[in-house]
Structure formats: structure tokens, C-alpha cells
Design a protein around this ligand. Structure first.
Ligand code: DAH
Length: 341
């Protein structure tokens, strides 16, 4: 007959969960000793059966309880052991993580976007690939105009669905007509983003640079409005009261056109590669939107007028931080990048 005490002792000795289950199965399931005992009961008398029955069911309960508590104990031990093994010593020094940071250009671009928002301008990034028509003809630059030479860029093999040649935009002015038609008038629109040009690279020129366009179309827009917003923008972005000068210039998409130069903050006019000893750095191309551009956007230039300007973000950043060469911004020199983090 099954001796519960022996079974319990055996169970006691076991110290891992799978073994325990196996042993328990031996006693209580498949080759279960108790089952064997139960089988022999048929031959017993009624009284013996009763006695035997209660002994066996007590044995079964005892063993099941013992097994279940052993199993709980083992699994708790297992959990505790795992917790101990996985213990993290929080008093140890951590390994420093390499931290990324924004590039200077991203910082300045973000600020420009803040200024757009303060002045209630819609922001539209446009696209870096535009049609040749958008880049030139839509803003009143006939394809034979010498200005297209200055704005030479990369041409794509593909055309747009209507067969127009695709190029990398040379200025965000390329979106003026599209945006006036898209957003309607009156309009205050900011368009920041990269532009591409055929340039001889030097301290203040690169073949790809960041640009930010401002476009206002409304009734009775005047040069006074233009000057006022220009001053606000530059004083916000350049931080310090930088002297600026406004001079007449020519851009086919404006009439009249201006150029705005800022005083070189780096050399103060003595000599530096950025301003090339001229004291002034050309920062903004601007003007009152040409009637042809307004007409191209489907509006009556007698009724609607506006101003626009395009700012070179890299030059702005160079002036602000006193950086002598805009190529630092993109040459991937970590020492430079880290000095702004
Ligand atoms: N698109 C010109 C350039 O890239 C700058 C410019 C001039 C922008 C006059 C304008 C503008 O919006 O009205 O040099």
C-alpha cells in the first residue's frame, strides 16, 4: 500500500519545478500509485472498501496539497533567483550616451519659422524639384533672360506629366504663382527650404543653400510695409541691432527691386572672406511683386499688389554666429557641429 510519508519525503527532496511535476505525475497520474491502489479495491468487502476509500482520498488530498505548495514555493524561488541575477546596480556610473544636436542651420530655420508664425504667415515648404516654367517663366524670367544663366542648376532627365522640364529649384520664388493660386488672396506666405545653383563655391556661396521666401499679396501694399516688416524680421533673427542698407536692384519678378545688405559682424569692414572687405553682406533680394507675376496668378494687378523677399539662411546664420565661411555648415566637421549643442 502507498505510504504517503515516503511520497512526501520524496517530494521534499526535489528542488526544481520540472522534476517535481514529473514525480507528482508518477504518484498521482499516469502510473499513479494511487490509481493502482484504487484498482485493487474491487476485491475488498464493503467495510474495507469504505475504510480504504477514505484512506486513499485523504492520501490523494495530502499529496495534491503538498505538490501544489511545493510547486508554488519552487516557482517563487525561481522568480527570486531571477530577480537576484538580474539585479542592476544603480550605484554604478552609467555609460555616457552620444547626444545629437541640431545643426546651426536648423536652429536658424526654426527661428525663421517662429517669426513667420508671429507675423501670421502661412508656411509652405514647396518642393525642391520644380518645373523650369515655375522657376523662371512663372516669375517673369523669360527663358532667354540672362538671369537664367545666373540661376543655372541641375536638370532632371524626367519631365512632369505635362511634359515640362524638371529642375532643382534655384529659389523659392518659384512657388509664388502656385501659392497665390493655392491659398488665394490676401496672402501672407513663408516658404523656407533648400535651393540649388551653379555657383563657384567660396566663403559666402555654395551650390546648395538654405533660403527663406516671404510673400505678401494684398490691396494697397506699399514699400513702407515692406521696410517695416523687413526691420522686424532682421532684428528678431540677427539678435543685435545690425546696420542694414537698402539699395535698388533688379530682379525680373519685382518692380521696383531692392537688395538688402547687412553690416559684416565678423570683421567690421577690415577684411574677411565672408564680406570680401566690403563691410556689407548681401542678405536679402526683394521688391514689390511684378504685375506680370500677379497676372500669371490670375489676379488683376490694378487691384492687387504685394512685396516679396528671399533671404539666404546660411548667410544669416553666419552673420549671427560670426562664422567666416558658410561651408562649415555642411562639411560635417563634428568639432564645428558640437560647438552649437
Ligand atoms: N529669388 C531671388 C534670389 O534668389 C531673391 C529675391 C528677390 C526674392 C526678389 C524675392 C524677390 O522674393 O522679390 O536671388
Amino acid at each position: 500500500m502507498l505510504d504517503t510519508k515516503i511520497a512526501l519525503k520524496e517530494l521534499e527532496k526535489l528542488n526544481n519545478a520540472p522534476q517535481t511535476t514529473e514525480r507528482f505525475q508518477k504518484y498521482l497520474w499516469k502510473s499513479w500509485a494511487l490509481n493502482e491502489e484504487f484498482k485493487t479495491m474491487g476485491a475488498l468487502s464493503f467495510e474495507e472498501k469504505k475504510k480504504m476509500g477514505s484512506v486513499l482520498s485523504e492520501a490523494k488530498t495530502t499529496l495534491t496539497d503538498a505538490y501544489e505548495s511545493k510547486e508554488r514555493k519552487l516557482s517563487m524561488e525561481g522568480i527570486n533567483q531571477k530577480l537576484n541575477e538580474d539585479l542592476i546596480d544603480i550605484s554604478l556610473d552609467g555609460k555616457p550616451l552620444d547626444q545629437g544636436s541640431y545643426s546651426v542651420l536648423a536652429l536658424v530655420r526654426r527661428e525663421i519659422e517662429e517669426v513667420y508664425k508671429w507675423m501670421w504667415f502661412i508656411i509652405d515648404y514647396g518642393h525642391e524639384i520644380v518645373t523650369k516654367y515655375e522657376n523662371f517663366e512663372s516669375v517673369n524670367i523669360p527663358l532667354t533672360h540672362p538671369a537664367t544663366e545666373m540661376h543655372d542648376t541641375i536638370y532632371l532627365k524626367d519631365t512632369d506629366p505635362s511634359g515640362l522640364l524638371l529642375i532643382l529649384r534655384t529659389h523659392n520664388s518659384a512657388h509664388q504663382v502656385e501659392d497665390i493660386m493655392k491659398y488665394g488672396v490676401p496672402l501672407k506666405l513663408g516658404s523656407p527650404g533648400r535651393v540649388y545653383r551653379f555657383e563657384n563655391m567660396d566663403a559666402s556661396h555654395d551650390t546648395m543653400f538654405r533660403y527663406a521666401e516671404w510673400l505678401v499679396i494684398d490691396k494697397n501694399v506699399s514699400i513702407a510695409n515692406f521696410k517695416d516688416t523687413m526691420k522686424k524680421i532682421l532684428s528678431w533673427i540677427l539678435w543685435k541691432a545690425t546696420e542694414i542698407r537698402m539699395r535698388p536692384s533688379y530682379f525680373p519678378f519685382v518692380e521696383p527691386g531692392f537688395e538688402i545688405d547687412a553690416q559684416c559682424t565678423i570683421c567690421g569692414g577690415k577684411w574677411c572672406s565672408l564680406c570680401k572687405q566690403s563691410w556689407w553682406i548681401e542678405l536679402v533680394g526683394a521688391g514689390m511683386v511684378h504685375p506680370n507675376v500677379i497676372t500669371n496668378a490670375g489676379l488683376d494687378p490694378k487691384e492687387w499688389s504685394g512685396f516679396a523677399r528671399g533671404i539666404g539662411v546660411s548667410r544669416l546664420a553666419a552673420l549671427r554666429y560670426g562664422i567666416k565661411d558658410i561651408r562649415y555648415f555642411t562639411n560635417g566637421d563634428l568639432r564645428f557641429a558640437k560647438s552649437f549643442s
